[in-house]
Design a protein around this ligand. Structure first.
Ligand SMILES: *[C@@H]1O[C@H](CO)[C@@H](O)[C@H](O)[C@H]1NC(C)=O
Ligand SMILES: *[C@@H]1O[C@H](CO)[C@@H](O)[C@H](O)[C@H]1NC(C)=O
Length: 322
């Protein structure tokens, strides 16, 4: 082993040691509310589909009873619109009391009792994207502590209503605050998506040190156009993006929309195949209570999942553009 290979080895070791709390060595798999259920808060007239504790319990039940969990789909993730419009008297975020009457800690217990994990959502700005209370710099520590005290396992930290300076300060601060709670919490940073997704505005070495995954680009919508736009952007910029990925540090092209309304069966197969090859998080946003057999078969395809979950964590590249 010559001096240059020793130097290379040391460089690799110091890179992998940086955020090594052992989590998300393969891309996270699970279910998230956003693309399918959005900000439906009407639990009075739409109790089946509103953002409330029933929706997340239902999805946990489906993950366990319909074979998802044993394939690796283990996260149940809340997105925007879960909080009350006010913090509590101690300045903590609190769930909307009518939609989450049992509170988040109880929901986390329900999910943990079934061998699953709970993800939650916050935003580094003054408000979330849907204008619920944000987590500005002076609230980061208390919110990290609150999430840990509830038993939350994963945080998506969004970036609406904030500026680049706040991102630069706040994303690393939240990483430290989560670590300081002592609870292992997966950390998904929306930072690059708010800075154009590319160097020099985005420093992927730094992101790899402080986050487990990050949204690079626009939100997915329920259409093949949207899937194609995302795939094209990732492939066109793969020289910057592909080397950023590896165990514990993933690019996130956003949720799987398979099982919704926008994709044909062939298009759904394409999304699954490409997300698998890209070492992307496999986070479904669909209604697991009403999924047709073809969507189920595509999302439960063992070959695709095995490729996605390869322990080497090498993101695939586009070799040929036709
Ligand atoms: C906190 O960070 C240290 C150093 O990277 C790591 O060893 C530890 O596992 C982390 N703990 C948690 C709870 O994230
Ligand atoms: C990117 O972040 C890494 C790790 O924190 C740092 O060493 C490097 O100097 C940064 N690069 C730039 C161009 O700021």
């Amino acid at each position: 082993m010559g001096p240059s290979s020793v130097a290379l080895l040391l460089a690799v070791i110091s890179l992998t040691a940086a955020l090594d709390n052992g989590m998300l060595k393969t891309p996270p798999m699970g279910w998230m509310a956003w693309e399918r259920f959005r900000c439906d808060i009407d639990c009075k007239d739409d109790p089946q589909n509103c953002i409330g504790e029933k929706l997340f319990r239902d999805m946990a039940d489906r993950l366990v009873e319909d074979g998802w969990k044993e394939l690796g789909y283990e996260y149940v993730m809340i997105d925007d619109c879960w909080t009350s419009m006010q913090r509590d008297e101690q300045g903590r975020l609190q769930p909307d009391p009518s939609r989450f009457p049992g509170g988040i800690a109880k929901l986390a217990r329900y999910i943990h009792d079934r061998g699953l994990k709970l993800g939650i959502y916050a935003d580094i700005g003054s408000h979330t994207c849907m204008r619920y209370p944000g987590t500005p710099l002076d609230k980061i520590v208390i919110d990290a502590q609150t999430f840990a005290s509830w038993g939350v396992d994963y945080l998506k930290f969004d970036g609406c209503y904030s500026n680049p300076i706040e991102h630069m300060l706040g994303y690393p601060l939240m990483s430290k605050a989560l670590n300081a709670t002592g609870r292992p919490i997966g950390y998904s940073c929306s930072w690059p998506a708010y800075e154009g997704g590319l160097p020099p505005n985005v420093n992927y070495s730094l992101l790899g040190e402080i986050c487990h995954l990050w949204r690079n680009y626009d939100d997915i919508q329920d259409s093949w156009d949207s899937v194609q736009d995302i795939i094209g952007w990732f492939a066109n910029n793969q020289d910057d993006l592909q080397p950023a990925a590896g165990p514990g540090r993933w690019n996130d092209p956003d949720m799987l929309i398979i099982g919704n309304f926008g994709l044909s069966v062939h298009q759904a197969r394409s999304q699954m195949a490409l997300w698998a090859i890209m070492a992307a998080p496999l986070i479904m946003s669909n209604d697991l209570r009403n999924l047709d057999n073809s969507a189920r078969a595509i999302l439960q395809n063992k070959m695709a999942i095995t490729i996605n979950q390869d322990p080497l964590g090498i993101q695939g590249r586009r070799l040929l553009q036709v």
